[in-house]
Design a binder for this molecule. Structure first.
Ligand code: ADP
Ligand code: MG
Length: 226
């Protein structure tokens, strides 16, 4: 369960204070999926980094499975993030010198050794259609294929929360559609909470609820009326 309670975020800079998020509240359970749209600079990535325990809110609280990650000491916070949260960014962020399989295994390097991870990584790579390519390097893959590896990597530790920041933003429409299909299917199959930031109203229409981030607030976005 992800509970976001009155979260606000402001940045203080030389030009003054920029208030990015204002009193955001939200509650999502396993299996739920939402998408978040909004203009550039509206705070979508800021919200995802707060949900992902990468950045603390200025006020308010986020709890995941009952725990407030920012009440934990730093080593435990890193463990929490690594075990409970999967990220997919617009840029795949793969390690260029590592194979596809090694990239998927990166989040497991800090976990207790478990040969089960290799089996799981191979199964996930099969599911994203890259079974025959596990020994390839990222430079040998297309943009869509790299994003599929990033999705498998995000799911390797069976996270509770899957956060995606414009995961299809760099892809042509055909690969974007295929990557979106995989993401939504795997979210259902792995029973995560999915928060999907996207510029695409077509993609946003595929999650059961959609929001728009406007003036720091999350507003219901009725995809059907657009
Ligand atoms: N670390 C930071 N320091 C100061 N301002 C920031 C920081 N991160 C983001 N911002 C500002 O917060 C606003 C929202 O940014 P962001 O969350 O990246 O928006 P989006 O992802 O919707 O494009 C922008 O005005 C941005 O300049
Ligand atoms: Mg952004």
């Amino acid at each position: 369960m992800l509970v976001v309670d009155s979260v606000s975020k402001e940045y203080v800079g030389p030009a003054g204070t920029v208030r990015v998020l204002e009193g955001i509240s939200l509650s999502l359970k396993l299996g739920d999926a939402i998408s978040i749209m909004g203009p550039s600079g509206s705070g979508k990535s800021t919200l995802l980094s707060i949900l992902g325990a990468m950045e603390a809110p200025s006020s308010g609280k986020v709890t995941l499975d009952g725990a407030d990650p920012f009440s934990l000491p730093e080593p435990d916070l890193a463990k929490f993030r690594n075990s409970k949260i999967g990220f997919v960014f617009q840029d795949h962020c793969l390690l260029p010198q590592c194979t596809v399989l090694e990239n998927v295994l990166v989040p497991t390097l800090v976990a207790a050794p478990d040969s089960g991870y290799i089996v799981r990584a191979k199964a996930l790579l099969d599911q994203v259609g890259l079974g025959p390519r596990i020994d390839h390097l990222p430079s040998q893959l297309s943009g869509g294929e790299k994003q599929r590896v990033a999705i498998a990597r995000a799911l390797i530790r069976q996270p509770t929360l899957l956060l995606c920041d414009e995961p299809t933003g760099n892809l042509d429409s055909k690969s974007a559609g295929a990557v979106a299909d995989l993401l939504l299917n795997l979210h259902l199959e792995q029973h995560t909470i999915l928060v999907l930031v996207t510029h695409s109203a077509k993609l946003a229409a595929r999650t059961p609820s959609a929001y728009e981030l406007l003036d720091g607030a999350l507003v219901r976005f009725d995809v059907k009326s657009r």
